[in-house]
Design a protein around this ligand. Structure first.
Ligand code: ATP
Ligand code: MG
Length: 568
């Protein structure tokens, strides 16, 4: 391959944002620096969509030896809270990223933003409007019809300055006046029709207290904050594409030569099937107690995914797999689950757990005898070693691994039938014990004492159709197991005009099992540690509710995708 071909070959594997950055680097734009930021508004917990943006912004900086700021976009004191600030920091760190220096806050820039507003007034590019927000919006026109100029548009610079200072000094009530950029009421872009850039809001701010009663609007704060921080590439979601002319217009009027000028680049936000991603709707679920909180393991929040048992690596891998698109699309949530299984398959130790126990007494096994069987921790990774599991006369198996009137193809336990107990012996069901109502309460079996797995005897190599997981009754650890499933049973729960998204909540999204029996090695399992319960799925120790004397496990994900079959 010649060099030119090699170069095009390399280019093909870049996403469109990387191509832009490489072009900039080639031209030594921004002194060869790459500086990105992640700018959440602290008005809710981060979700998987934000994770996509985090991986993208921090990932770009990592690829190009750059830096990333964490900036709280805290211009709306009505909805914001320190609880959210703390959770956001924790989530970004948990995902595996570290921002440059201290976290930034847009509110730290309120003085500078105010000065810039003054500059716009002084140069004739901003004016105070006395009309109500309703009047202003009624004059905005439509995309095909020009707007109407405000009667206050041509106030003198002196009058505007005077009024703006008085706005700042708290002389007016909420909504009585606003500051607008003076751009063009006939622009085909509605955002350029003299947008409001400052509003009056008598409300304490969680950081600036009562210092301000005027607050900058998002569009006035965002680009300028990028500029203050010398951000080179300001990556945001597609809905801001239409704001870009305003972003650039403001910079044109405030930019000083020789400084870094940020460039806004838009990509398609992540939409996931079976998932709600609006912070407002997620808040509704929390406030109406339809979930146990922002970190309920069914929530698509980062803290929910974490509690569910997701690994940071699986989320980063997912973000990488889906890539960055320029057009809106919907990603199948099965792909996220697939990334998780992929990761856990390699990293999670296999253990035995019985969720719905059925007792077995092995009648020919000596009473009081105990022995150990050896079992691999993960056949995918020998370096994870083996462990010893106790075996004794009484064990538990899963209730649905036994059937009294079994059909031919049932390869588990049935009267007169044999199965192998994983890593242990072959047993045969001899007798079914029932209570007075006819419910099966235990099974009496016999074992083939020569058939111990790995013992090398003829009987140990004997083939039987089924292999079951089991736990020694005497040694078992009790646990509560929470079986989580998708929160919604509709592919697009928010996409129905006539029906509320909450009507699509999956009634089976949580099933709590108590009295589950786990192998004894799990007695001291640490919060958040993840396991494969053999034949059942991946599970993790709940980081909130699990106690050593009262273990709680969450089902992270089943072994296979059962949803795709359900719907086909
Ligand atoms: P809202 O502004 O309605 O409160 P938001 O989801 O846009 O909600 P922000 O806190 O403003 O929340 O988002 C922070 C960053 O995360 C923004 O840069 C935003 O573009 C990005 N982001 C938000 N949702 C997604 C998503 N679904 N996919 C990718 N990026 C997202
Ligand atoms: Mg937003």
């Amino acid at each position: 391959m010649n060099t030119e071909n090699k170069e095009t070959e390399l280019k093909k594997s870049l996403n469109f944002i990387e191509s832009i950055i490489e072009e900039d680097l080639k031209n030594n734009k921004n002194n060869g620096e790459v500086y990105t930021r992640f700018p959440p508004e602290p008005n809710g917990y981060l979700h998987i969509g934000h994770a996509k943006s985090i991986c993208l912004n921090f990932g770009l900086a990592q690829s190009y030896n750059g830096k990333t700021n964490l900036r709280f976009d805290d211009t709306n004191p009505e909805k914001e809270d320190v609880e959210y600030v703390e959770s956001i920091k924790e989530d970004v760190n948990w995902l595996g990223f570290q921002w440059e220096g201290e976290p930034r806050f847009t509110s730290d820039y309120f003085d500078q933003l105010f000065e810039w507003a003054v500059k716009l007034i002084n140069t004739g590019y901003a004016y105070v409007d006395d009309q109500s927000p309703e009047e202003i919006s009624s004059q905005k026109g439509t995309p095909t019809q020009p707007g109407v100029e405000s009667p206050y548009r041509n106030r003198s610079i002196e009058e505007n300055m005077n009024l703006f200072i008085r706005m700042k000094n708290g002389e007016f009530k909420n909504g009585e006046k606003v500051l607008r950029a003076k751009i063009d009421m006939t622009s085909p872009n509605m955002h350029m029709r003299d947008p409001i850039i400052y509003r009056i809001l008598h409300k304490e701010h969680h950081r600036t207290g009562d210092k301000w009663c005027i607050y900058p609007m998002y569009d006035f704060a965002h680009g300028q904050s990028d500029y203050i921080e010398s951000i080179t590439h300001s990556v945001c979601t597609l809905e801001f594409e239409i704001h870009r002319p305003l972003y650039d217009w403001l910079l044109n009027h405030l930019y000083t030569d020789g400084t870094i000028r940020p460039r806004q680049i838009e990509f398609a936000r992540l939409n996931l099937s079976y998932t709600i991603m609006s912070k407002r709707k997620l808040l509704e679920l929390v406030e109406e107690n339809l979930v146990s909180g922002w970190d309920d393991p069914r929530m698509p929040t980062i803290s929910g995914l974490r509690r569910r048992g997701y690994t940071p690596a699986s989320i980063r891998k997912f973000a990488e797999r889906i890539g960055v698109a320029k057009r809106d699309n919907v990603i199948d949530v099965a792909l996220l689950e697939h990334s998780l299984r992929d990761d856990l398959n390699k990293t999670a130790p296999r253990v035995m757990a019985v969720l719905n126990p059925l007792k077995i007494v092995i009648t020919n096994y000596p009473e009081g005898k105990e022995e150990f069987v050896s079992i691999e921790n993960n056949p995918e990774d020998e370096s994870m070693g083996t462990r010893e599991m106790p075996f004794a006369r009484e064990i538990y198996i899963e209730q649905d691994d036994f059937m009294e009137d079994a059909p031919k193809k049932f390869f588990r336990l049935a009267p007169e039938k044999e199965v192998r107990l994983k890593a242990a012996y072959i047993i045969k069901c001899e007798e079914v014990i029932k209570d007075t109502e006819g419910n099966i309460i235990e099974l009496h079996c016999t074992y083939d004492s020569e058939s111990k797995s790995g013992s090398g005897t003829e009987a140990s190599k004997r083939k039987v159709k089924g292999t079951l997981h089991w736990v020694s009754a005497k040694h078992a650890v009790n646990a509560e197991v929470r079986l989580y499933d998708r929160l919604f049973n509709d592919e697009d729960p928010a996409g129905h005009k006539e029906q509320d998204f909450k009507e699509f909540i999956n009634p089976d999204s949580l099933q709590v099992l108590s009295g589950c029996k786990l192998e004894p090695s799990l007695r001291n399992a640490n919060p958040e540690s993840r396991y494969q319960f053999q034949r059942l799925g991946y599970f993790c120790v709940d980081r909130r509710d699990s106690k050593q004397e009262n273990l709680v496990f969450n089902r992270t994900v089943s072994l296979k995708d059962s949803w795709s079959k359900k719907n086909k």
